[in-house]
Write a protein that binds this ligand. Sequence first.
Ligand code: ATP
Length: 375
Amino acid sequence: MTPPPAIDAVDIHKSFGATRAVAGASLTVAPGSLVALLGPSGSGKTTMLRVIAGFEVPDAGSVHIGGREVAGPDAWVEPEHRRIGMVFQEGALFPHLTVAKNVGFGGADAARIDECLTLVGLADRRASYPHELSGGERQRVALARALAPRPDVILLDEPFASLDAGLRSTLREEVARILRDAGASALLVTHDQQEALSLADLVTVMQAGRVVQAGTPREVYDRPRTRWLAEFLGEAEVLAGTAADGVVDCELGRLATDPAHRGPVEVVVRPESIVLGPTGGGPGAVVGRVVARSYYGHDQVVQVELGSGRRVRSRSTGAEPWEVGDEVAVRVDRPVATVAPDPDGPTAGATAGPTAGSTDGPSGPSVGPATGDAA
Ligand code: ATP
């Protein structure tokens, strides 16, 4: 028999006065997996986490943890009895207790405390006090404390937000490794797209209290369901197009896309799939002129103006010596996503970038590469 999901939250609603913090959101965490709950500020992530933890009573919907109903029309289990471990932004350790006593606070015995401290690489700091540790070490102790009672699920609320950038990236990889080594099921709340895409097995994206899309990092990035999501997850050039039979015609030419789409669409092209080359590619080649170039060492972004005056960005390794004024052939080297046209925004000449304040877009057709790996 397949084990039940570690978390199954279904159609959760939660308002605070007139504010609809969560408006019918569902999410699932499979056993042993790490799911990121990603969204801009105010999208309802923390409220969703607090409903799952039992710190908020949902107005409607149900929550099962490890197959047991903990919140629902006829069920309520107090947070301390939900078999969850929590890690907050600030580790919230007891300052007057040693590392070992902090980890053992939930009742773990000495052997389990040692096991968890070894897992987080801090076995030699068991007698230290929290103020003697760095911020990253304190978060690892907080994680050991959350893991010690062997909970059904670990909930992490922006656990790296208070750390500086360098430490944050090291620690988040470390935490993902620890969770995997422990076989833990975990839900990580974050507003950081890179964090969600790089760490999680699945990403659930919230916008305005709803789940816009849930999928693997590659699915949500390569096949975003809405324009808002495409732009929230990374750089995107969004062009008007017409789709039919697995291809879409737009200013960048005839591109492969999901065969399910027909008619007017918006075409989402990532700058890293826009490739520049020498002109002379024959009839049909899209030609543009280089208007700006930003060199970042590991890569570069070249801005190219197309015939219509529309500018698109091409991100590449930086080896190509394009200069402002060069005429170049512009090619898209992989299938693109298409989404339903956004009634609120013209596509031509649109600038890319997060549009965190935008309202719910239409839930467009699901999109995807016509070929290639979508997994
Ligand atoms: P952030 O990343 O900024 O923490 P979030 O996605 O976690 O944002 P929530 O904290 O869940 O979003 O908040 C969603 C909405 O609900 C916001 O408009 C917020 O102001 C509101 N809200 C959350 N908690 C309360 C509360 N206790 N009382 C009143 N309004 C609340």
